[in-house]
Write a protein that binds this ligand. Sequence first.
Ligand SMILES: [Zn+2]
Length: 88
Amino acid sequence: MNLPTNPFVSNDGKKPTCMEMLQLILDGQDSQEQREYFKNHMDNCMPCFKGYHVDMTIKELLKSKCCGGEAPDELVAKIKSQIASTIS
Ligand SMILES: [Zn+2]
């Protein structure tokens, strides 16, 4: 069985960690291809699944609590570090 090509692998062949992939997705810097790959990966990877959904939940929460405004950078950074420690 051939594994699908990982679109996250950089040109020098370095394989990214789950955290690096997750960060890219959450920052919205991913390509369509990467997003598809990550969705598949997430189904089999609990830390990624958790990290992704925790972040999405927080974003929804912030949206509803802050009347659609931007959350303070400080708060976002704090939440992100908490997620990082949860999934690492
Ligand atoms: Zn993963």
